[in-house]
Design a protein around this ligand. Structure first.
Ligand code: HEM
Ligand code: HEM
Ligand SMILES: [Fe+2]
Length: 498
């Protein structure tokens, strides 16, 4: 490993694979931002690109790119940690590589079809070739089947590698969770003309992904990340993981009912969904306590400051975006007024960002560090770490600004359209022509652009951080013992490593 240079060829096979997944993930992240901005412009200037790239297409690309890049980010993270965690090389290197290229080619074809063909007649062929019509997972049927095959290949690799090497608490939870995550995708693949039934199954994928299986997956990644960046104690981290998983599944599975309030499902879902989903913030609080406990215990002394900052952002973002913003609208008495307004979008943005963008970014910082030859990434970086700090700030200011703008718009819709206007057709439009709503949509655009600038800075930082660095990474693993109290923190060790 050469300090400060790109050491791609010296990474292990699984790590090189992870880097490829990360590269595609980041390209799609940028695409997501751009299509988000296009959709946001169309909210305030409806004629913009009308008939060329309509709102429905931009919105579809925006949210599908998001789901796909996050899955790429997770897969990359798993491949990154797998050899370290299992102690053996990846079992099926060749299959893993082929899977990556097949999957990526399929994603590219789907996006091109979304952009250039856009829609087709209401028949089976459209479903098979163009668009399956299920929000967030709109890929046509052929791609669906391909995705399932690729996921099986990835699963074979992950499971096979752990079977050959050693198991740990983290890998055990990870493998079981992947079975559930992949299995749920099947629920979004069959078609029925009965809309409530269609939505009933569709929510199994969407809700049970983001509020159960994805949360558990990032719990595993976080656990490994805390050990890697802080040298956190494995026994403590694993214990937390078990507690969080139990709480997450205990509340999140039946919490599914909060999407069954008004879609034509039986009335008992009002009680079941309201009760269990109200408990969903509990594991998220546990995660915040866990991260802060570990970081505090190690006096925030990490070998990778950007990664640790984003891991902490994850703990808070997950709690606020999913826990607090979700909870606000999860009781049926409130959801009656807020359902389907910009309130939901406010929560959707903050939750996906806070829970998932953050942790993948943290992980990529870990990968970049290794790629640069295990360089120093603690305090006193060149230019005072301007790019990582600046992008952290801009993405967060942009996201929080968007969230607040959407919340104001949603509040206004809940009051004007629902409470005052009684949800009539006329009230629907009255709600969306109010100055409060229109101004909020402008603010969303402004903050969205700000966030996009932040993302560009972030990508730039991934490419440049650690270049030319001559100091090696701070060693945190050696002091996992509690004797850390007398250590005065980063400054003290800097001189010895510099
Ligand atoms: C990281 C975790 C989460 C993510 C990524 C997430 C994301 C989303 C998204 C994108 C939507 C909009 C779905 C649509 O109609 O297109 C949504 C809806 C909703 N979420 Fe979450 N969510 C998360 C966690 C939670 C939690 C923990 C709660 C409750 C405590 C919650 C409560 C709700 C409710 C009630 C709705 C329905 C809003 C409506 O009726 O329009 N969410 N969520
Ligand atoms: C990491 C950042 C982002 C994430 C995680 C994200 C996520 C999402 C999600 C989950 C939805 C569906 C929400 C729903 O219908 O309830 C959505 C819709 C949308 N997003 Fe984003 N987004 C991000 C950034 C942006 C940016 C930068 C913009 C541009 C200003 C933007 C503009 C939009 C628009 C206009 C919609 C359509 C909303 C609607 O149909 O009412 N998003 N985004
Ligand atoms: Fe949900």
């Amino acid at each position: 490993m050469k300090l400060g240079a790109i050491n791609y060829s010296e990474l292990t096979d699984a790590q090189r694979l992870a880097v490829k997944y990360f590269v595609v993930a980041m390209a799609l992240f940028l695409a997501q931002m751009l299509f988000g901005v296009l959709s946001a412009i169309q909210f305030v200037l409806p004629d913009f690109l009308f008939g060329v790239l309509d709102f429905n297409v931009n919105r579809m690309v925006h949210i599908n790119a998001m789901v796909v890049w996050m899955l790429y980010g997770f897969t990359g993270s798993i491949f990154w940690l797998i050899e370290d965690e299992s102690g053996v090389p990846l079992v099926g290197q060749k299959i893993a590589n082929i899977t990556f290229w097949v999957l990526t080619a399929a994603v590219a074809v789907v996006v091109v079809v979304f952009l250039f063909v856009q829609s087709g007649p209401g028949e089976q062929m459209t479903l098979w070739l163009i668009n399956e019509g299920r929000e967030y997972i709109e890929a046509p049927r052929w791609a669906d089947i391909g995705i399932v095959l690729c996921m099986l290949a990835i699963f074979y690799n992950v499971c096979g590698t752990f079977l050959k090497g050693k198991w740990s608490g983290i890998s055990g939870v990870l493998v079981l969770d992947l079975v559930a995550l992949a299995g749920l995708y099947l629920a979004g693949m069959f078609y029925t003309t009965n809309l409530p039934m269609d939505q009933y199954w569709w929510w199994w994928v969407i809700h049970l992904w983001v509020e159960a299986t994805w949360e558990v997956l990032v719990g595993c990644i976080m656990a490994w990340g805390l050990i890697a960046t802080l040298g956190a104690n494995r026994r403590i981290v694993t214990t937390w993981l078990y507690i969080e998983v139990a709480l997450m599944f205990g509340s999140g599975i039946l919490g599914l009912g909060h999407h069954y309030f008004w879609i034509g499902t039986p009335e008992y879902w009002l009680g079941v969904g309201g009760f269990f989903s109200a408990l969903e913030p509990v594991p998220l609080v546990a995660m915040v306590v866990h991260a802060i406990y570990d970081a505090g215990r190690h006096s925030f002394r990490s070998n990778n400051h950007p990664a640790l900052a984003w891991l902490i952002a994850h703990a808070f973002g997950n709690f606020l975006g999913a826990g607090v913003w979700g909870f606000m609208q999860t009781l049926p008495q409130i959801n009656l007024y807020t359902h389907g307004t910009q309130w939901a979008s406010s929560h959707g943005h903050l939750a996906f960002f806070g829970a998932y963008v953050t942790i993948i970014v943290a992980f990529i910082y870990l990968a970049v560090q290794k790629l640069r030859g295990d360089v120093w990434m603690s305090s006193r970086l060149p230019y005072n770490g301007f790019l990582w700090k600046g992008s952290l700030l801009l993405t967060h200011v942009g996201m929080i600004g968007m969230t607040i703008a959407l919340l104001i718009a949603g509040y206004e819709q809940a009051f004007v359209e629902r409470a005052q206007g009684g949800s009539t057709w006329a009230a629907y439009f009255a709600g969306q022509t109010q100055p409060w709503f229109i101004q909020a949509m402008w603010w969303r655009l402004v903050f969205g652009v700000l966030m996009t600038v932040g993302v560009v800075m972030l990508l730039w930082d991934f490419l440049s951080i650690g270049a030319g660095e001559t100091r090696t990474k701070l060693d945190v693993r050696r002091d996992t013992a509690p004797a850390i109290e007398e250590d005065s923190g980063v400054g003290a060790t800097e001189t010895q490593s510099a």
